[in-house]
Write a protein that binds this ligand. Structure first.
Ligand SMILES: [Zn+2]
Length: 270
């Protein structure tokens, strides 16, 4: 599944091809993906100019004066910008025809992705309850400390709550907690302000690094267990249960926490 770094890499790859271009037409080869594709995508989007390509959590937004097309890659979605003459392949569900003579093509074999519409000046309901972006300045130790008081849930579950902060999936939660030396089982409300500062810094460092390494390609480098291949060789905890801790050499523990596979060092993480 594409995580935040892969979506950000996709955004950076698409933006130069889309920004400033006008949408000449929209081709929908089916009426729905995960959800029905709203009528505005066909009735409002053609003729609009794409002013910006933004990312919010794992959504991409193509901003126009009339509103934004909201895209989510789901499990298996991918977006490519191609010459308009490129033959249609299996699972090529949507084309946006661009004034550059190219098309942006949305391919999604399992169709957990989505294409939705956000009118100008509104925030789509899927985006309303989201916490801050992990790379934004407002996400820091003080924020995590304030949000976590009286929370009894394990800190790993708290960190993966999209209402707390977006885009910290299972891999990045495990790695950030390892780097910050915090046990994933510790109650979120029992972590100190200083340790949350270390955790916020670890989240930012690890995500920013993954984004810099995400420029190779997307699906081709996803390993069977879901870890992006370019990053997999550098993981300290995620997917390494039972193997030696990279810091102390003791076997890494593993268990389900909040129904998600979790790995940590019982010695280095307290
Ligand atoms: Zn250790």
């Amino acid at each position: 599944m594409p995580e935040l770094p892969e979506v950000e890499t996709t955004r950076r790859g698409l933006a130069p091809h889309l920004e400033g271009k006008r949408i000449r037409g929209v081709v929908l080869r089916r009426p729905d993906l995960r959800w029905p594709i709203p009528k505005e995508i066909e009735s409002v989007l053609p003729g609009q100019r794409i002013d910006a390509v933004r990312r919010r959590a794992k959504y991409l937004l193509l901003d126009t004066a009339a509103g934004s097309a909201l895209l989510h890659l789901g499990m298996t979605g991918s977006l490519r910008v191609l010459p308009a003459s490129t033959p249609i392949g299996a699972h090529d569900h949507v084309d946006l025809q661009l004034s550059s003579g190219r098309v942006m093509r949305f391919n999604d074999p399992r169709r957990f992705g989505s294409l939705l519409w956000q009118p100008a000046g509104e925030t789509h309901e899927l985006l309303r309850a989201l916490g801050p972006e992990p790379l934004a300045d407002e996400f820091d130790g003080d924020y995590l400390f304030a949000r976590s008081r009286n929370r009894k849930a394990p800190v790993k579950t708290f960190l993966m709550d999209q209402g707390v902060v977006v885009g910290v999936g299972n891999i990045y939660a495990a790695e950030s907690l390892f780097r910050a030396g915090i046990s994933p089982l510790r109650a979120a409300g029992k972590v100190s302000r200083e340790r949350y500062a270390a955790l916020a810094a670890a989240v930012k460092d690890i995500l920013a690094y993954a984004i810099t390494r995400g420029g190779t390609t997307l699906r081709d480098f996803i390993s069977p267990d879901g870890a992006p291949g370019y990053f997999e060789q550098e993981l300290s905890a995620y997917g390494r249960g039972g193997q030696p801790c990279p810091t102390c050499g003791r076997p890494l523990k593993f268990a389900n926490i909040g129904q998600r596979a979790s790995v940590w060092c019982g010695h280095c993480q307290r």
